[in-house]
Design a protein around this ligand. Structure first.
Ligand code: SF4
Ligand code: SF4
Ligand code: SF4
Length: 253
């Protein structure tokens, strides 16, 4: 039986999620017997254009990205968003609340005109996608699990639970009791609460659960000593795009 052909693509990203894929495959070389990777710039120089499964890392940040994303969608049976940049717009979307001209000048100086760029979006804002593997970077075990599911003809499934569920199951002492803050109550689980487990608050890299109570969490953060500016900054790193979408929906309703 022919092996499924897989291709990896990157848009605006740091390529850390693709590096995690390389890392994962080194631990699970058996997967390389089950699939044929035809395009993966991070790991090979060949560039096949015939593929069934496309993993896309990075956000759509330039008008020119859209044609390539549409081409990938037309060729692939399944499109999977790989990591927070592709899933949420990621850290690239931090700029979405700032005047674009200021951002371009800050980054490119007097060459700002040379670079076509616009507000960063997740790839699902441009093309339909079939699944996401969240995180910044992705979790290597989750990637292996997701590929195994795909090979079985199933889509990766992520329960709509907050990180707190996994954190409690691990028996962690909540970081709020240790003078820190955490976005775990509004963030999608699946990372095994790795940050609180190692003593850090969650920054929300897996994105929001489906019904996040953001006002309640803002109150909790304020009660734990954060001012409005700091709360806003904490919720900006990974959640800007999703929060702006929620705000727009509230405005429209
Ligand atoms: S999600 Fe994080 S690790 Fe992955 S490409 Fe984006 S910035 Fe890099
Ligand atoms: S440390 Fe964070 S994830 Fe864990 S229980 Fe407390 S708020 Fe929830
Ligand atoms: S705990 Fe939060 S920030 Fe850390 S990996 Fe999980 S979702 Fe991301």
């Amino acid at each position: 039986m022919a092996k499924p052909k897989i291709a990896f693509f990157e848009f605006t990203s740091c390529e850390g999620c693709q590096l995690t894929v390389v890392d994962s495959l080194q631990d699970h070389p058996e997967l390389l017997d089950a699939v044929e990777i035809v395009q993966f710039r991070e790991a090979m120089s060949e560039k096949g254009e015939d593929y069934q499964i496309a993993f896309i890392e990075g956000s759509c940040s330039r008008p020119g990205d859209e044609a390539k994303l549409n081409e990938i969608r037309e060729k692939a049976d399944l499109v999977i968003a790989l990591g927070a940049c592709a899933h949420l717009g990621g850290v690239n979307a931090i700029r979405n609340r700032m005047p674009l001209e200021d951002v371009r000048k800050y980054v490119y100086g007097d060459k700002a005109e040379w670079y076509a760029t616009y507000p960063a979006r997740p790839i699902s804002a441009v093309i339909p996608i079939d699944a996401v593997i969240p995180g910044c970077p992705i979790d290597r075990n989750e990637f292996i699990r997701a590929v195994t599911y795909l090979l079985q003809g199933r889509l990766p499934y992520i329960p709509d639970n907050p990180v707190c569920i996994e954190c409690k199951l691990k028996g962690n002492v909540c970081v709020y009791h240790r003078g820190m803050t955490c976005l775990g109550p509004i963030t999608l689980a699946g990372c095994d609460a790795i940050c609180p487990t190692y003593g850090e608050g969650c920054d929300g890299c897996r994105g929001l659960i489906s019904a996040p109570n953001i006002p309640a969490l803002r109150t909790v953060l304020a009660e734990h000593g954060m001012n409005e500016t700091d709360i806003e900054a904490k919720m900006t790193v990974f959640l800007t795009y999703q929060r702006m979408e929620l705000e727009a929906a509230d405005h429209d309703s």
